[in-house]
Design a protein around this ligand. Structure first.
Ligand code: SF4
Ligand code: SF4
Length: 297
């Protein structure tokens, strides 16, 4: 069995990527299982999805704690202790990171592949933040056992169900084709499958709510939740041209722009989630969009 764990952020198509990968595996003659895991969070919050692909019946259930393949759609998650995409990785784990750099330190410990999916997605589907087809194509190719036509069929089926336009579908198919041709299959070590030892019925234990969510229940706690690490894109104000009209301050849905004593808008990067509404609303387009990077040396 191959256990694949996908990491990304809400809105990047991570759940759809796991579905496409599962369907592609199924069309190639395997058993497949896929499901996401995320809380009641908004666009930008860390999301995890899982796919199991096997020649035999899949009896295992639940999140994958020890994956054979980890697909990271957003490199900024490597710095996010809540997401911890490398958790459970072993030296044999194959890791893919959407990045235009090769992380030297990680490469010494793991088998790491990188590709700049962000730019490829922009070229094919005119979006820098939707990775469903791209990430599933990477996963399918790394496994080396899924045929291209099965991947394309899975992309078409999943995206058609979502109602994408024919033009967008064609872009996703050409994106999947290019990635399939670019990425090389990885060497994934076969594991000795251990017999399942879990009891047939598991009764989940729940903490009393006062123990389980003490911070949430505390009043006035919003500032404690630093959501700035959800950001994929960073707004940077061009102060040379900004005329202090403060429309950005009024439009930021998260109150992440303050007004300094001299009247200048100031972005609170601890809480700015990178929705880029401020950049769209600035009348003179004086807020630049910069991709967040810099998670590994
Ligand atoms: S990108 Fe702009 S509008 Fe969005 S949260 Fe950050 S400061 Fe506010
Ligand atoms: S909307 Fe633009 S011009 Fe107005 S304060 Fe914000 S950055 Fe400056």
């Amino acid at each position: 069995m191959w256990r694949i764990r996908l990491h990304g952020r809400g809105g990047q198509g991570i759940k759809t990527a796991s579905q496409i990968l599962g369907s592609a595996g199924f069309y190639s003659g395997f058993q497949a299982q896929d499901f996401p895991l995320y809380g009641a969070e908004r666009r930008g919050a860390p999301v995890i999805a899982f796919t199991r692909i096997s020649k035999d019946a899949i009896l295992e259930r639940g999140p994958i704690s020890s994956p054979d393949v980890i697909l990271v759609g957003d490199e900024t998650l490597l710095n996010d202790p809540q997401s911890a995409p490398l958790c459970g990785a072993e030296p044999s784990t194959v890791i893919f990171i959407n990045s235009n750099r090769v992380p030297e330190q990680l490469s010494q410990e793991f088998s790491v592949t990188t590709a700049n999916l962000t730019d490829l997605c922009f070229q094919h589907i005119n979006s820098r933040t939707i990775y469903s087809s791209a990430l599933s194509a990477v996963g399918a190719r790394l496994l080396g056992t899924i045929e291209l036509q099965d991947l394309l069929q899975a992309v078409e089926d999943e995206l058609t169900q979502q109602g994408v336009s024919p033009q967008m579908l064609e872009g996703n198919l050409s994106l999947a084709r290019e990635i399939f041709a670019t990425i090389q299959p990885a060497v994934i070590s076969a594991r000795t499958e251990k017999p399942l030892t879990a009891k047939p019925l598991v009764f989940p234990q729940h903490l009393p709510v006062m123990d389980g969510a003490p911070i949430i229940l505390q009043p006035g706690n919003m500032a404690l939740r630093k959501t700035g690490n959800w950001r994929v894109q960073r707004p940077e104000i061009d102060y040379e041209h900004c005329n202090h009209c403060l429309i950005c301050y009024a439009r930021c849905p998260d109150g992440a722009i303050a007004v300094a004593p001299d009247g200048k808008p100031e972005i609170d990067y601890d809480h700015c989630k990178g929705c880029m509404i401020c950049a769209q609303e600035c009348p003179g387009h004086f807020i630049n969009t910069v991709r967040e990077m810099g998670t590994f040396p």
